[in-house]
Design a protein around this ligand. Structure first.
Ligand code: G
Ligand code: G
Ligand code: MN
Ligand code: NA
Length: 250
């Protein structure tokens, strides 16, 4: 198992990397952006996935410097892409508790020259469970910079609908759990249709996560879901592969 010392060393050596997973418009499969996903290429253990070290990073507070690096690196990469492509970055609750997140984001945009509207920050419902008023204030400050805020893993968390009323998200990402069984259970089509309807009324773009089959994409398109992300459209890939995909897609 990796230790705090290993992780500190990885940060010091700038050994962490970002992979990028494509997001597409369902109607015509047009590339609309990528989600940045953190990876730790370990000298002996191969590529360590984030589920294995983000909990450690959160416990130790290392997620704050790691998260700041992720924001900066993702913005720097996206600044090289065509102007119509966005970059989505995941945020941990700890990043809201410590450090100056608004300054970190503003600084990353200023340094990389990425226009704010091309950056999307993904949060999960667990964040809003903590201290809703403080968090909502911070989210408003972030939005004040011109970035958009997406609710990740939507539908699985605690009292989801209350959050939609509390804060104007730019995007709702329907959790993979709802998409996986979409072909087998019509109840799930109804749930997806309801989320899509909510998104339309509240002016939030709805994205389906974990789209793996053509049939899932077909059902989602029929329900009016706007965008998809998942293995059908592309796995998370290194920056150079993402650049090649962008070039092929133009
Ligand atoms: O590809 P996947 O195994 O990459 O990601 C697993 C989980 O790790 C997801 O829930 C994702 O939100 C989270 N994750 C990936 N990259 C980051 C990151 O840069 N910061 C945070 N806080 N979470 C991340
Ligand atoms: O941030 P979030 O929790 O949404 O992280 C996305 C996670 O989902 C990452 O671990 C990513 O590798 C994974 N993922 C992305 N697309 C698919 C997919 O089509 N199927 C499955 N099983 N996992 C996916
Ligand atoms: Mn995410
Ligand atoms: Na998610």
């Amino acid at each position: 198992r990796e230790t705090e010392a290993d992780l500190r060393q990885a940060i010091a050596e700038e050994a962490l990397v970002l992979h990028y997973q494509p997001q597409r418009r369902l109607r015509d499969q047009k590339l609309v952006g990528f989600e940045a996903l953190l990876r730790w290429p370990h000298p002996t253990r191969g590529m360590i996935p984030p589920v294995e070290f983000i909990p450690l990073a959160e416990e130790t507070g290392l997620i704050v410097p790691i998260g700041a690096w992720v924001i900066r690196a993702a913005c720097a990469e996206a600044a090289q892409w065509p102007e119509d492509l966005r970059i989505a970055v995941n945020l941990s609750p700890a990043q809201f508790r410590h450090g100056d997140l608004v300054c970190t984001v503003a600084d990353a945009l200023a340094r990389t020259g990425l226009p704010a509207h091309r950056l999307e920050l993904e949060i999960t419902e667990s964040l809003l469970q903590e201290d809703p008023e403080d968090v909502v204030r911070l989210l408003r400050d972030l939005r004040g910079l011109g970035v958009s805020i997406a609710m990740d893993d939507f539908g699985t968390g605690w009292s989801s609908l209350a959050h939609l009323w509390r804060f104007p998200f730019g995007k709702l990402k329907i959790d993979r759990a709802f998409i996986t069984e979409l072909e087998r259970d019509p109840k799930l089509s109804a749930i997806v249709a309801t989320i899509v309807g909510l998104g339309r009324i509240l002016d939030m773009t709805v994205v389906a996560e974990g789209v793996e089959t053509e049939e899932q994409a077909r059902i989602l398109t029929a329900e009016g879901c706007e965008q998809g992300q998942g293995w059908l459209f592309g796995r998370p890939m290194p920056a150079e592969a993402a650049r090649r995909l962008i070039a092929e897609d133009q």
